[in-house]
Design a protein around this ligand. Sequence first.
Ligand SMILES: *Cc1c(COP(=O)(O)O)cnc(C)c1O
Length: 432
Amino acid sequence: MFVSDALGVNETGHLTIGGVDTLVLAAQYGTPLYLMDEDEIRANCKAFKRGIDEYYEGKGQVAFASKAFCCKEMCRIADSEGLWLDVVSGGEMHTALAAGFPAERILFHGNNKSSVELTMALESGVGRIVVDNIFELELLSSLAIAAGKRAKVQLRLKPGVEAHTHDFIRTGQIDSKFGFAIETGEAMEAVKSALALPGLDLVGVHCHIGSQIFEVSAFEEAARVMIGFVTQIKREFGHEIQELNLGGGFGIKYLPGETPAPYHSYMEAVSKVLRDCCAREGIPLPIIILEPGRSIVGPAGITLYTIGGVKEIPNIRTYISVDGGMTDNPRHILYQSRYEMLLAGRPNDPKTGGYTVAGRCCESGDILGVDIPLPTPKVGEVLAVLSTGAYNYAMASHYNRLPKPAVVMVKDGQSRVVVKRENYDDLCKNDV
Ligand SMILES: *Cc1c(COP(=O)(O)O)cnc(C)c1O
């Protein structure tokens, strides 16, 4: 009925998440509030694993891209589902290690990792370092030697695949800050260096073509280019690439009527491309790695706000002001992202008009959505914004010194805080 399976309506007509009344949660924990349904997160983890089991003989791993939603509890959930974990900074790495996530299942990404971060990864035994550029390759080699370690490396490549998504979240083409381009020969040069430099084991190649992608064909095309490159490496250097990391980017449903492909269908399609190519070239099937972020946590989350004002500008628009905004969800102002919204106390009431939902920050652009269909809202009602589990808490800021909301996890009719709400002292704790 709603964009996410985690949501429902109870006998009092209120919106529920994981079977728990959202108005009860709003009263108990306050607003703004992030809510996450643990069963939905776990079901999504399992769906990706099942795709690999069913279509690729289980020869693969699913790595949760923790940047989509990074906190200790999420790392523990990913661990208990047997996932690997992507991190893109020392901070994410620290969070994972502090949560007890096994270092050997962590992949370290990023286009500008510092020596300190690379050393931290080497010292703590992080499983893979996905190298972005030649400077980093050389730096990592020297740091590995200094630390007396060997680094297992995947190279980040640009397969030159265009996915139809927003410019800011498209990464597979030559004009991207990420990785080595295959078309220009840069990637093969990087392979040569990786094989020659001491302290490095080149185990894999990686690509990530963008985010919120709906077309299975974009992933097929990327897989075709990447496996082609793997065979070329074999031919030129006799070196076998064991791991093919195809990244994340699987689209989710933000609005009613959107129809992202079911998660297993990516593996179904990609697996055929890889099998055909490997059979033709007589090379073994590489281990595949998928890195879903948004699709694991996005549909599992919602955000609750309290409506503090309804301002009608005759013949223009009606603004609804809520007690959060771009600080807890900057995605609308960044990407013009659109969301389904509901009044949590009466999600099934007929919609009476289009409303513009404004945040409370001192920016005219602080908008969560334009022309959102809703029943006539009243001050004091709770507004639910759906599909906010990915890149919302993760992108939250302290603009206007707004404390970050709590994150509450719901499971089996119970709720628990997994990230505490910040208070004013938290905001000042590093002020001198
Ligand atoms: C962001 C990112 C992901 C996850 O992307 P989603 O769109 O959230 O699935 C995976 N891999 C890499 C390298 C990324 O940068």
